[in-house]
Ligand binder design. Structure first.
Ligand code: 4FV
Length: 260
């Protein structure tokens, strides 16, 4: 997949492109991350890319002409690309959306700055608006990097063979189980014995319980968002039974205590 990023700060992507999984994926030619300097399409000696908002108000707005020029140049390079604008107005980004986008041929990512971009670009050039979260950034570049990183993980051959995006948190609806590695004892705290047992059945069961309890404690919303498997439901019911037993026991104790 080719990612073409339209930005006023292309140098921000140099470090991103040259490290870790992204660098490896570029080396393996699984992805490419090309940047286009929007200012290169601005008129005049000062190549102005922003102006005061019509109707007054604080801040500046990105002018439509330089962005339109940059978009047209990008479309020449990647004519079948999906054109995405990173903005707080956009669809919430997620692993599910990342998996969907990974099926596209190429992606054009438009990074805004200042208060935002002229609405006529959004209306006439953009296929999708995506937000990485309900907060305001100073620019869309970090959001573009988030999208490139998460989408690239779903491109075959990008993650190491053992590693599959299908084992992620959120991929199978629950938070990931707890992870441990050597040493088997760290500052007096041992690794759960089951993980050293070599018994893959017991390890799978432990990991499923670990995912469920972490999701229950940290992200209950996910348990109401996705269908659980019968195995997962069985575990929740067993916990429910155990908790009910404890509640009944405690209530009996309190009654006995009051009687005394
Ligand atoms: C953003 C977000 C974001 C808004 C004004 C850039 C900034 C500035 N992009 N998810 N949240 N963008 O805050 O994607 O132009």
């Amino acid at each position: 997949m080719r990612f073409v990023v339209l930005t006023l700060f292309p140098e921000l992507f140099d470090t991103f492109r040259n490290h870790g999984m992204i660098h490896r994926a570029v080396e393996l030619q699984k992805i490419s991350v090309q940047t286009i300097q929007i200012r290169g399409f601005a008129e005049g000696r000062h190549q102005v890319t922003d102006d005061r908002p019509y109707g007054g108000g604080p801040g500046m707005v990105m002018k439509p002409e330089p962005i339109a020029g940059a978009l047209r140049a990008a479309i020449m390079t990647v004519p079948d690309a999906r054109k995405i604008h990173l903005t707080p107005q956009g669809r919430p980004f997620s692993n599910t959306l990342a998996r969907q986008l990974a099926k596209e041929k190429d992606l054009i990512l438009l990074c805004g700055r200042y208060e935002g971009i002229d609405e006529r670009i959004c209306r006439n050039f953009i296929d999708d608006e995506i937000s990485i979260g309900d907060y305001i950034l100073t620019g869309g570049e970090l959001a573009a990097m988030v999208v490139i990183d998460a989408v690239s993980r779903f491109i075959p051959g990008v993650l190491g063979c053992a590693d599959s995006p299908e084992d992620d948190s959120f991929s199978d609806r629950l938070l990931e189980h707890a992870h441990y590695t050597r040493p088997s004892e760290f500052e007096g705290e041992p690794v759960p014995e089951v993980l050293l047992s070599g018994d893959h059945g017991r390890i799978e069961q432990w990991r499923l319980q670990s995912s469920l309890i972490r999701t229950f404690i940290k992200r209950k919303d996910l348990l109401l968002k996705h269908a659980l498997t019968s195995e997962e439901l069985k575990i929740l019911k067993s916990w429910h039974k155990e908790i009910q037993f404890i509640i009944d026991f405690q209530q009996k104790e309190q009654k006995a205590f009051k009687r005394e």
